[in-house]
Design a binder for this molecule. Structure first.
Ligand code: IPE
Ligand code: IPE
Ligand code: MG
Length: 249
């Protein structure tokens, strides 16, 4: 099926995921298959980023969360990290106008204080530049670790309690959700991981309690809009029971 046909199918099938999260994996292997350095894969991965942002907007999703750089990725060679940060900065510079024109608000999730001043400034400026957009949220998870996110949330709740503004008994699931970097967003309905790895790699551990998971062997630089639509078609066939019994048809 063509990309257009798939899109029509998704739109006529029914439920569109409100929030899609993607673990963009496989750039290094994509480059190695071509006998190129790993960073060549990261460069090509940027086309796929553009495609999924556009695809989610076309479907009318409320939020797209992209795992761009994990806390653990700081352990990679310095050269690879610096290329990734440069690509990120270029992406932001090039796309911020486009994001705003398309009603997309950029938001960053993660410990940004670890990022060098230049890319950090570009990110923060782009977030401000798109702050009043309301059609879709694009979350870039950068320097992101889900366990750190939970640690940060716990610290902020403890501070509230110590200041006498929060009682232990008043803490519920909503309190915790609202203390995470993703506060205010619905939990992801669909989590996509490219490159075939069957793991979560410290991504959105709290938020994916009932998320549908879709793993594809496609390597991230090859992931096109068509692949996104295929993932959503698959999602639309799932029976989401949330612990209940299957509803009678
Ligand atoms: C994903 O591709 C990009 C980042 C983690 C930043 P990888 O760089 O992990 O590529 P593989 O998994 O080694 O192929
Ligand atoms: C997860 O991919 C992080 C991102 C996609 C940004 P990794 O390649 O770092 O994960 P592992 O090491 O295979 O678990
Ligand atoms: Mg990887």
């Amino acid at each position: 099926m063509t990309e257009e046909e798939l899109k029509e199918m998704v739109l006529s099938n029914g439920t569109i995921p409100r929030h899609i999260a993607i673990i963009m994996d496989g750039n290094g292997r994509w480059a190695e298959l071509r006998n190129k350095p790993r960073v060549f894969g990261h460069q090509h991965g940027m086309h796929a980023v553009r495609a999924v942002v556009e695809g989610c907007r076309e479907l009318g999703c409320e939020a797209l969360t992209l795992y761009a750089f994990s806390e653990e990725n700081w352990k990679r060679p310095r050269g690879e990290i610096s290329v990734l940060m440069k690509l990120l900065r270029n992406y932001i510079r090039r796309e911020r106008e486009n994001l705003r024109e398309n009603g997309i608000r950029l938001q960053c999730l993660g410990r940004l204080e670890k990022i060098d001043p230049a890319p950090r400034k570009a990110l923060e400026e782009a977030c401000l530049y798109t702050a009043d957009q309301t059609d879709m949220v694009l979350n870039l998870a950068i320097s992101y670790g889900s366990r750190s996110e939970i640690v940060d949330a716990t610290r902020s709740l403890c501070r509230e309690a110590a200041a006498g503004r929060l009682e232990a008994e008043d803490i519920d699931e909503e309190t915790i959700s609202n203390a995470l970097y993703t506060a205010g967003l619905p939990d992801p309905d669909l989590l996509i991981r490219t490159s075939g790895e069957m793991r979560i790699s410290n991504f959105l551990l709290w938020q994916i309690a009932y998320t549908e998971i879709y793993i594809t062997a496609v390597l991230w630089p090859d992931f096109a809009k068509k692949n996104l639509f295929e993932a959503v078609v698959d999602f639309q066939k799932r029976d989401r029971r949330f612990g209940r019994v299957k509803s009678k048809s």
